[in-house]
Write a protein that binds this ligand. Structure first.
Ligand SMILES: N[C@@H](CCC(=O)N[C@@H](CS)C(=O)NCC(=O)O)C(=O)O
Length: 143
């Protein structure tokens, strides 16, 4: 699998999920202005929508949309406990949160959210997979 990402963009979420799941993957950085990948490929040929995240599966199929990608990752590694079983009430609750984050929260993310999310950010930042992902994207110095 290959994750197309831009450092610190919303592709960080599936990046972290891949690490939490312990799945093997490679990464390719995308220049979102030029719509080109670091190997020189036309990113719009990979994801015609032109945005990250995009996850290329080993069979060549490309999956887009963060909420879908993270659930697919969770379902590839059910033992990771990242998502409740498909069809359960808890799974629909997870979908509820993912939809809320990717629409209501994400669209306003450029605005100051003040300290409302501080406790959540602290819990997320403390996870080893999050630190690894931030280091891999050059956003955090190695300890
Ligand atoms: N609906 C998409 C939105 C993805 C998105 O907004 N990606 C941003 C980075 S956070 C991006 O690549 N923007 C570049 C562009 O749209 O040109 C999802 O939820 O995955």
């Amino acid at each position: 699998m290959k994750l197309f990402y831009a450092p610190g963009a919303c592709s960080l979420s599936p990046h972290i999920a891949l690490r939490e799941a312990g799945l093997p993957f490679t990464m390719e950085k995308v220049d979102l202005r030029a719509k080109a990948t670091e190997s020189g490929a036309d990113f719009k040929a990979i994801n015609p929508k032109g945005y990250v995240p995009a996850l290329e599966l080993d069979n060549g199929h490309v999956v887009t949309e963060g909420p879908v990608i993270v659930q697919m990752i969770a379902d590839m590694a059910p033992e990771s406990g990242l998502a409740p079983a498909f069809g359960s009430a808890e799974r629909y609750q997870l979908m509820d949160w993912l939809a809320f984050i990717s629409t209501e929260l994400h669209k306003g993310f450029k605005f100051d959210v003040g300290s409302k999310l501080d406790a959540y950010f602290d819990r997320v930042a403390a996870r080893p997979a999050v630190k690894e992902a931030l280091q891999a994207e050059g956003l955090l110095a190695a300890a």
